[in-house]
Design a protein around this ligand. Structure first.
Ligand SMILES: [Zn+2]
Length: 168
């Protein structure tokens, strides 16, 4: 798979590289439509977020073939990762932001995605150590906010914008 830049700060390789795929010998190569979807996700969600934060957005999971998705615990059968519409990430931090913890940076990114007019999304899920975000198209995006954890357990609770912005 040839590596290409999808937007100035995101390369295709970041979205297809998977330690799990390597471990199980799965070729995690996306078809062309999935690459197009990943590009849209970068252009409309991840790159504007990177721009607003001025910090690295570290992709931990992007595209997943069905074979890869099937062996991941907690992965949804209808996961948007399988068509290149979703990515999981955390915010890389450095010297400059010593005052903010990884969790505080995650909350900052979560709020920016909800509030910034320059950032669009389909589904936004907040987990304790990462964010899952997807993008379909401006017309089809549902703009759903979900809390991936409830009382320390994996669970899916829909959340209003008002309540999402209160999360610390
Ligand atoms: Zn995800």
């Amino acid at each position: 798979m040839k590596n290409v830049m999808l937007t100035p700060h995101f390369s295709l390789l970041e979205f297809i590289e998977s330690p799990t795929a390597r471990k199980y010998g799965i070729a995690n190569d996306p078809p062309e439509e999935a690459v197009d979807n990943l590009k849209r996700l970068c252009e409309n969600t991840l790159e504007p977020l990177r721009e607003a934060l001025q910090l690295p957005v570290v992709i931990t999971s992007g595209y997943r073939t069905k074979a890869l998705n099937d062996i991941l615990a907690h992965a949804s059968e209808r996961s948007q990762h399988m068509i290149g519409q979703a990515a999981d990430f955390y915010i890389g931090w450095g010297q400059r932001l010593k005052g903010l913890s990884p969790h505080e940076l995650l909350i900052k990114a979560f709020r920016l995605i909800i509030q910034s007019e320059l950032i669009d999304y389909d589904q936004l899920i907040l987990y304790p150590s990462f964010i899952h975000v997807s993008y379909v198209s401006r017309e089809a995006n549902r703009r759903t906010i979900i809390l991936g954890m409830r009382n320390g357990k994996l669970g899916y609770g829909k959340c209003s914008i008002e309540n999402a912005l209160k999360i610390q």
